[in-house]
Design a protein around this ligand. Structure first.
Ligand SMILES: NC(=O)c1ccc[n+]([C@@H]2O[C@H](COP(=O)([O-])OP(=O)(O)OC[C@H]3O[C@@H](n4cnc5c(N)ncnc54)[C@H](OP(=O)(O)O)[C@@H]3O)[C@@H](O)[C@H]2O)c1
Length: 231
């Protein structure tokens, strides 16, 4: 049984992850973390929760400003970390990687837990090897804090690695949208559109659980993308 500590447990994403962990035969919900849970059956801080529970893994889905301190708290305690929170900048990411290597702890950052989104990125990288002219259009709900989204930036990285050209990103923030992304490739008299659509946060839950089950088997350091544990 893998004991999972969920940080951001009351959030749009954290709440269904908690429910799914509690319902899974091979996982145990070791604890729930959110500032509003202080004295209400959970923990106000991740450090407090790690000290009080014997968690095998932390899943963090909080806010960009909490991502680095939460990674460092898990690393300091020797607990593998799944980071679903997006928006951590390059310097903070490098610090987390260095700390994780030094402490011998794996950290898996998944900009997108949706398995269809991971495949969309994989297929976009494949297309970019042949079609260098690309653009990304990402659409998220109005409360999304960071723009462009972590998924859009990760897709742009993969396309740039494959073609040498970084695609422009357009970010739309609209009510009624959960998280969609199109990658459009253009060539003379033809276009190719690869589109991922998610209709509810439930789309992210199976990937988050998969990451929680498998992160402990990764090498120490920071890994990026659910694809690291998908195949
Ligand atoms: N990787 C993916 O596939 C994916 C998909 C969707 C969203 N996301 C990302 O996941 C994150 C959460 O999204 P959401 O829509 O669920 O947000 P949300 O509904 O605002 O929930 C945020 C959660 O984090 C808690 N929290 C915030 N700051 C905290 C802190 N310093 N310490 C402890 N808990 C804290 C909040 O509770 P309190 O306010 O009570 O502390 C709440 O439980 C965002 O970064 C979002 O971009 C990732």
């Amino acid at each position: 049984m893998t004991r999972v500590l969920v940080s951001g447990a009351t959030g749009r994403l954290g709440a269904p992850i908690c429910a799914a962990v509690a319902a899974a035969d091979d996982l145990v919900l070791a604890g729930r973390v959110a500032r509003s849970l202080a004295g209400d059956g959970g923990f106000a801080t991740l450090a407090e929760a790690i000290a009080a529970t014997e968690a095998d893994v932390v899943v963090d889905v909080t806010r960009p400003d909490a991502a680095e301190p939460h990674c460092l708290a898990a690393i300091a305690a020797g607990v593998p970390m799944v980071l679903g929170t997006t928006g951590m900048d390059a310097e903070a990411t490098a610090r987390v990687d260095a700390a994780a290597r030094e402490a011998g702890v794996p950290v898996l950052f998944c900009p997108n837990f949706a398995i269809t989104a991971v495949l969309m990125m994989r297929f976009a990288a494949e297309a970019a090897r042949i079609l260098p002219d690309a653009a990304i259009v990402e659409e998220h709900h109005v409360n999304t804090v960071d723009a462009p989204s972590g998924t859009a930036r990760r897709t742009a990285d993969l396309i740039e690695e494959a073609s040498g050209a970084r695609p422009p990103i357009s970010s739309l923030r609209l009510p009624g949208v959960v998280a969609n992304q199109s990658v459009v490739f253009g060539a003379p008299a033809q276009t190719l559109e690869i589109r991922n659509v998610t209709t509810s946060v439930e789309a992210f839950v199976p990937g988050a659980l998969l990451a929680a089950r498998r992160v402990g088997g990764l090498e120490p350091g920071l890994h990026v993308g659910l694809e690291r544990v998908l195949d």
